[in-house]
Write a protein that binds this ligand. Structure first.
Ligand code: GLN
Length: 283
């Protein structure tokens, strides 16, 4: 319950995001070895927000997105291309802004640093808005509702999140699943670099449950026999795009782009390409 309250509070804080003044134009070069899927055109035909010349980004003309491509259906590899909801939303936003999207894949817990250090312009990674993260980055408006759910082996004695006390819980390092599982009484938290590694560990009986975001949970449970998602959610959360704390101009531009994608229906189209219509978890 405490967590739910916390989540609600976070939700209201999100509404008042503003960011600080100043601009970020002294950022260093982006990483090498990028894998860029969901390419965006740099032609910017439909931009209502003005041209890219007003936006200072890490590399001129580019929008560099930091992500962790282990998070289907938001970001994952299809061959050597990164695809998914975030990749497509970022591509559409980049196009609105007249910028070329470049996606950099990294560990989830490296994304905020990539943004704060100026190596990346945005973090788009099914990233939940939390008060702690808001100390370091400025979030855009939220673009999806999300939640942490509990995956257990079918027939487990864990029937609701309250039963996690004293259990071995697998999570992905640095995620909200990790952060909030640490509060479960007497539980041991096993941290994995990738969510699906936690799921594999659950399947082989090394841990009792996995706490992870609902949409990837659905994908992983579909791919691995003998597992199920508990009906009661562990937390309610919201996803937003992270920008450098002082880059108010970029936050505003992205919010404008998100708004026009929402109005045109493109946002819904992208989501429904990846998430079945009966889902209650995405806008
Ligand atoms: N929504 C979770 C978080 O923000 C997990 C995101 C992810 O693993 N990509 O911490």
């Amino acid at each position: 319950m405490k967590k739910l309250l916390c989540m609600l509070l976070m939700g209201t804080m999100t509404l008042s995001l503003a960011g600080c003044g100043g601009s970020k134009d002294d950022a260093g070069a982006g990483e090498t070895g990028s894998s860029s899927g969901a390419e965006s055109s740099s032609e910017a035909g439909s931009s209502e927000e003005g041209g890219s010349e007003e936006i200072a980004t890490a590399q001129e003309g580019k929008l560099i997105m930091a992500t962790n491509a282990e998070f289907p259906p938001y970001e994952f590899y299809e061959g050597d291309e990164i695809v998914g909801i975030d990749a497509e939303i970022a591509a559409a936003v980049a196009e609105e802004l007249g910028l070329e999207l470049q996606i950099e894949d990294m560990a989830f817990d490296a994304i905020i640093t990539a943004v704060t250090s100026g190596k990346a312009d945005i973090g788009a990674a099914g990233m939940t808005v939390t008060p702690d993260r808001e100390e370091n980055v400025s979030f855009t408006d939220t673009y999806a509702e999300a939640s942490q759910v509990v995956i257990v082996p079918e027939g487990s004695e864990i029937a609701s999140p309250d039963d996690l006390a004293g259990k071995k819980i697998g999570v992905q390092l640095g995620t909200t699943g990790d952060i909030y599982s640490a509060d479960v009484e007497d539980a041991t938290v096993e941290r994995y670099n990738k969510g699906f590694e936690a799921v594999q560990s659950l399947q082989s009986g090394k841990i009792d449950a996995v706490v992870i975001d609902e949409q990837p949970a659905k994908v992983f449970v579909e791919q691995n026999e003998g597992l199920e998602i508990l009906p009661d959610k562990f937390t309610e959360e919201e996803y937003a795009i992270a920008c450098a704390k002082d880059n108010t101009a970029l936050v505003e531009k992205i919010n404008g782009a998100l708004e026009s994608l929402r109005e045109s229906g493109e946002l819904d189209e992208i989501v429904s390409k990846y998430i079945a219509a009966d889902s209650d978890s995405a806008e």
